[in-house]
Design a protein around this ligand. Structure first.
Ligand code: G6P
Length: 471
């Protein structure tokens, strides 16, 4: 049965754009961007009349847009419209590097000591959120649904609501929502929560994040009904729920033609077993701790020297934020020390790549790796864990218990990423698990991933949003 929202246009508003345009030898090329949000949402936007509004940050982004700053993406299949906002240097520094990534990001990931609480960035954040809201208002037609994404745009729902009280607005928060003691550190906490509560419906990845959010509303003096997941501050009621983002499982399962590439990769690494980590460079991903755990692993289980290699594929991100530069140096130093100490004539313990790879080029890595090692210190979701499982029939996944994906992937070996001894033991366990057990676990996980894929996520979100409008 056709639902009313099938006929309505979806306007996604996100800081990140799904594709950027870059100069290349053959002219301007389109590149798909890394990051859970964009890779997650792109498949559900295709084949429709939808609109995505985002900051255009590619070097050739505005060379391909029309006079309304719009371009159709992707350029190789039936696509949707991307409307790009151009931000000034001051806006990029204050809004993106500043308040979004040096204040909200560390606070929401429970690293309060890394947070910059300067007022200047907050002022720019408000200004840029206003620009996004105005850009939506310019486009808005009756019946449209406005789906705001993530922490960079927390004020947008309320800003649109003020102008259009009847608009249909929802927000999905892709990163963690921290406990009150941490969120409460932000001097503008009330404005932020009021901004979000301008939405009719709010989604988080997991149940404990919904709990933290409702608790924040309550501590701010609002009403938080934990049985019905309803929040209210100085606003109308907002429904809050957990709907874990899924992946495009069909894409990851249609991998047969990549098997040869995977085989070549395996041969290149001169190692019997491969363990893979794929992350955006970020201190929340726990890459430095993982390197420590790898060192512990070779100390505790020396029989794996010469036998097991670790591949660390790291995509550059937010490289102007000091924390990120320091992190990169620390990781590279740690890897160089282990490799310097242990490497053999052909065998290298850790192969490290600092380069973004498009999703389809990651597939041979997923296929080649006997073990996926994803140990974020904290993560809203971690889609890579899901991608690794979806691509294979067997293998082992070692996953941080502090990743949102752990709520769905209960068959993974779950570890405390701070405990390097435990991670080392988990690696040994993974490398000695019989194939039949591996298959059984993968089968169970894959069934869940197929059922709760990205299309399920979108439909579930739209359905629950619809219900919230009628209650
Ligand atoms: C996370 C955030 C997204 C963000 C992505 C990439 O997944 O939740 O909002 O787009 O990281 O980060 P970047 O700063 O490079 O856009």
């Amino acid at each position: 049965m056709e639902k009313s929202y099938d006929r309505e246009r979806l306007i996604v508003v996100a800081n990140a754009e799904p594709y950027q345009h870059l100069h290349s030898e053959g002219g301007i090329k389109q590149e798909k961007l890394a990051g859970g949000l964009t890779t997650g949402l792109d498949p559900m936007m295709k084949n429709s009349n939808n609109l995505w509004i985002a900051w255009g940050r590619g070097e050739a982004d505005f060379e391909v847009t029309d006079d309304e700053s719009k371009v159709v993406v992707p350029d190789d299949e039936i696509g949707y419209t991307l409307k790009r906002l151009e931000l000034s240097r001051e806006e990029i520094n204050g809004f993106y590097y500043g308040f979004s990534n040096s204040t909200l990001w560390p606070i929401c990931h429970s690293f309060p000591h890394k947070a910059n609480l300067g007022k200047e960035n907050w002022e720019v954040y408000k200004k840029v959120n206003k620009r996004f809201a105005e850009s939506v208002l310019e486009e808005l037609r009756p019946g449209d649904r406005i789906w705001v994404q993530d922490y960079q745009l927390a004020l947008v729902p309320q800003m649109i609501r003020q102008e259009k009280p009847d608009a249909k607005i929802a927000i999905f928060w892709h990163i963690p929502w921290p406990p009150w003691e941490t969120f409460g550190i932000i001097p503008w906490k009330r404005e932020l929560v009021e901004g979000i509560l301008g939405a009719d419906f709010i989604g988080f990845h997991t149940s404990w994040l919904v709990h933290n959010f409702l608790d924040t509303v309550f501590k701010l003096g609002g009403a938080a009904n934990r049985d019905e997941n309803i929040a209210r501050l100085d606003s109308d009621r907002t429904v809050v729920n957990n709907i874990p983002l899924g992946i495009d499982t069909d894409f990851f399962q249609s991998t047969a033609k990549r098997k040869e590439e995977a085989q070549r990769l395996k041969e290149n690494f001169a190692s019997r077993k491969l363990v893979l980590g794929v992350d955006r460079l970020d201190y929340t991903k726990g890459i430095d701790r993982r390197i420590e755990a790898i060192s512990t692993f070779f100390e505790k289980y020396p029989q794996y020297k010469g036998e097991v290699s670790f591949i660390e594929r790291i995509s550059p991100s937010r490289s102007k934020v000091k924390e990120y530069q320091q992190m990169r140096e620390k990781i590279e130093q740690g890897i160089a020390e282990i490799n310097g100490e242990l490497r053999g004539e052909e065998w290298v313990p850790i192969r490290y790549f600092y380069q973004h790879l498009p999703q389809e080029q990651l597939i041979p890595y997923y296929l080649a790796a006997d073990v996926g090692l994803l140990t974020p210190l904290i993560d809203g979701m971690n889609l890579v864990a899901k991608e690794y499982v979806a691509t294979r029939d067997k293998g082992m996944l070692i996953l941080s218990e502090f990743a949102g994906a752990a709520e769905t992937l209960g068959e993974a070996i779950q570890v405390n990423p701070y405990n390097s001894e435990r991670v080392a033991d988990a690696l040994h366990e993974a490398l000695t698990t019989p194939i039949e057990d591996q298959k059984r676990k993968f089968d169970k996980m894959k069934r869940k991933l197929n059922q709760m894929d990205v299309h399920w996520w979108r439909d579930r979100f739209l359905e629950e949003w619809e219900i919230s409008l009628h209650n």
